[in-house]
Design a protein around this ligand. Structure first.
Ligand SMILES: [Zn+2]
Ligand SMILES: [Zn+2]
Length: 105
């Protein structure tokens, strides 16, 4: 199958953009039906917009150093939440304890 670059018009900004032969080949391989409606710029802008709720951050206070920090999840009641430096040191300590436990007779 021979593909050639096509010029499509973006639905969002109404600017022409190139649908490259390579993309068309990929498209055919994946058996996709909808041809791209947006230029690469608008597509990535849209993706970034859609991706925002996933990156919702919750403001919390670190249970170890009492610093304000934000975590990418909603902490459950009663569970201590740590800032990333504290979490790293806690994990390191746990790993050290684990290896000591394994090494013990
Ligand atoms: Zn566009
Ligand atoms: Zn901390």
């Amino acid at each position: 199958m021979d593909f050639r670059d096509k010029t499509l018009t973006c639905r969002d900004c109404s600017k022409p953009f190139t649908w490259t032969a390579g993309e068309q080949h990929f498209f055919r391989e994946k058996e996709l039906i909808n041809i791209p409606a947006r230029c690469p710029h608008c597509r990535s802008a849209r993706k970034a917009k859609l991706g925002l709720p996933d990156r919702a951050q919750t403001e919390v206070t670190c249970a170890k150093c009492s610093q304000q920090t934000s975590v990418p999840f909603v902490p459950r009641n009663g569970n201590p939440v740590y800032c990333s430096p504290c979490l790293t040191s806690i994990r390191a300590a746990e790993a050290a304890n684990a290896s000591v436990a394994i090494a013990a007779p």
